[in-house]
Design a protein around this ligand. Sequence first.
Ligand code: GAR
Length: 196
Amino acid sequence: MLRVVVMVSGGGTNLQAILDAIDSGKITNASVEAVISNNSGAYALERARKHQIPAVCISPKSYPDRAAFHQALLETVREYRPDLIVLAGFLVTIPAEMIKEYRNRIINIHPSLIPSFCGVGYYGLKVHEAALKRGVKITGATVHYVDEGVDSGPILLQKAVEVKEGDTPEILQRRVMEEAEWQILPEAINRIANSK
Ligand code: GAR
């Protein structure tokens, strides 16, 4: 059984897609051991609790400096002995020590076709705003392994999504989630759990 820890900052629709995929059998041989957030108000924590999954908040506000916050984050992750860490809308830079300790065992979902619209400053709605501004006709989502760079690790899965006339960043974000993110993130976890 692949022990998965999911890290989240916000609403947690990708977390929900993972939990639903486990419940429906689309993901096999994996269990979510904990959900960790930097944000106590993250609705994702509520989704975890509803599923009887430990929901832990490690807020930077509770620590004197970044190093102490990073240490607490790492110690909390270690407690759950993950085989895989999934960044599902986790909008905080991962401590270098965690990347080293869990090399090739951290994956991230990004809401564009990397290498477009990724890197420093490209997260959440900003990605879709940039895609619309550039006028691309195709966008999508990417699941990749996390290395020391920003959105720079090896790509596992990608799925393309059409940009439509009249799209707003919000409309596009929702389509990318529905048609790409909520599919490829569970699929990536299932592949890893079953060594495919
Ligand atoms: C998702 O669109 C995810 O791809 C994005 O944050 C959103 C979280 O939504 N992540 C990034 O932009 C990372 N660079 P959710 O909390 O509803 O899953």
